[in-house]
Design a protein. Structure first.
Length: 448
């Protein structure tokens, strides 16, 4: 019966049927005025589920992440990180500091459902494209301002980054091992990506409210406040008068638990959450007497610090004698939880993720084959999809200006001469790959 259910589920979420199914957010238009990671991640998440996302950038400059790579690595004249954050969007380059450029952005906002921005608080308002200005022309707009500390308060003018958000949220204080003065940043940019996906959820909540009321609203979304929602520490401290403390690589609610090195120099994560699981582990270790030891029989006793420490020492020695795959096999046989500690290369070639369509080899017209994350969550009726990878700065100018704004070719050329709109310069990340024939690209030269 179980195999029948798995076959049913596999067919229900068949990755080969994704493009034949409808998109959940088809008909929703998002004007993406954001840059870097936080805001673009929110807009990309909406785009994956069918929203039409129009990303606005500064001509001849673009989003900072186009040409920036902290690791100094580029791929086909593009930053792979940029491809990860901004696929499936339309790319236009408009200068908001030119009056005609600002007018174009306002026109796009008037016909959009959502605006996303993540500049310093007050910046877009000063440019004349903030919520106060846009709601006058479009009262139904859902306007999401993404920042580190919020639109008002003592830190609102402080520059904000992932690391600062992790610090101000309490996250950094929860990292590291007990009885040390060292803290660890959660990589890579967790303080941007997690709030970005969370922001997409908040936008959807606001869109749902608009369905019932017909009213738009302003969303003040702060990274530090979102990250705080993943940490119960402050409520524990208030309730008990004690610090919850740091637990290193152990799960403080389970014993034994931790990250352990195997005989073949791999690592596995292990966390025993029930007495039945502990019995299975002790049988796999060929030490069934452990489960009968009064110190370890019940979970509450295993959690006592001295007992947990002794158990972890035993587990460390045992796991050091076992290859990683053997441990996975034993876990399946005896019913205790263990998982491999996978790195980015492991994930990119993982057969299970490929089978589920969670990691895909996407073949793009401009860039060719690229390994990318696909579904955030499998949905049987309206699955997410990748439309295309990113495009050069201003690539969709003609398509968006003609199709949405009704501009003519002479009008676009006039805007180009006035530098109210523009394209790329030769900087890596902005331009198309050198092998690509942009002059004969039908979308870049749309109805030219």
């Amino acid at each position: 019966m179980q195999s029948d259910y798995q076959a049913y589920a596999r067919d229900l979420f068949d990755k080969d049927k994704v493009n034949s199914k409808p998109e959940a957010l088809k008909g929703i238009r998002v004007l993406d005025l954001s840059h870097m990671i936080f805001g673009p991640t929110a807009a990309k998440t909406l785009g994956q589920y069918g929203a039409e996302v129009v990303k606005v950038e500064v001509p001849y400059q673009g989003d900072h992440w186009r040409s920036s790579s902290y690791w100094g690595k580029f791929w086909k004249h593009a930053n792979p990180f940029w491809q990860f954050m901004n696929h499936s969007k339309y790319f236009v380059a408009i200068d908001v500091k030119k009056k005609k450029g600002k007018d174009l952005i306002l026109q796009l906002a008037e016909m959009s459902d959502v605006v996303v921005e993540n500049f310093s608080p007050g910046t877009v308002d000063a440019w004349g494209i903030g919520y106060r200005q846009i709601k006058e022309a479009n009262p139904k707009i859902i306007y999401a301002s993404c920042s580190t500390f919020g639109q008002y308060g003592p830190f609102r003018y402080m520059p904000g980054w992932d690391l600062l958000a992790q610090g101000a949220s309490g996250m950094l204080a929860a990292t590291g091992h007990p009885d040390t003065d060292k803290y660890f940043k959660v990589p890579d940019f967790y303080g941007d990506f997690f709030p970005g996906v969370y922001a997409a959820m908040l936008i959807m909540i606001a869109l749902n409210a608009r369905e019932r009321t017909g009213l738009g609203q302003y969303l003040d979304i702060a990274q530090a406040e979102i990250l705080m929602r993943a940490l119960p520490h402050f409520t524990y401290d208030r309730a008990t008068g004690k610090e919850l403390g740091r637990s290193g690589s152990n799960d403080p609610t389970m014993s034994p638990s931790g990250i352990f090195k195997t005989a073949d120099d791999a690592f596995v994560a292990l966390a025993i959450g029930s007495d039945k699981q502990f019995l299975g582990l002790s049988q796999a270790m060929k030490e069934p007497g452990l489960a009968d030891d009064s110190r370890f029989t019940k979970a509450v006793d295993r959690l006592k610090p001295e007992h947990a420490k002794e158990l972890n020492l035993k587990i460390t020695t045992w796991i050091e004698s076992q290859p990683a795959q053997a441990l996975i096999d034993l876990a399946g046989e005896f019913g205790f939880p263990v998982a491999p500690v996978m790195d980015d290369l492991d994930i990119s070639v993982d057969e299970w993720r490929r089978e589920r369509g969670n990691v895909v080899n996407f073949n793009d017209e401009m860039y060719g084959d690229f390994v990318l994350e696909a579904s955030t969550t499998l949905m049987s009726g309206t699955p997410s999809r990748i439309k295309w990878l990113t495009r050069p700065l201003g690539y969709h100018n003609r398509y968006i200006f003609k199709e949405l704004l009704g501009l003519t070719e002479p009008e676009i050329q006039k805007l180009e001469k006035e530098r109210a709109v523009g394209y790329w310069d030769f900087k890596v990340g902005q331009r198309p790959p050198v092998y690509y024939d942009i002059d004969n690209d039908p979308l870049f030269n749309y109805e030219k």
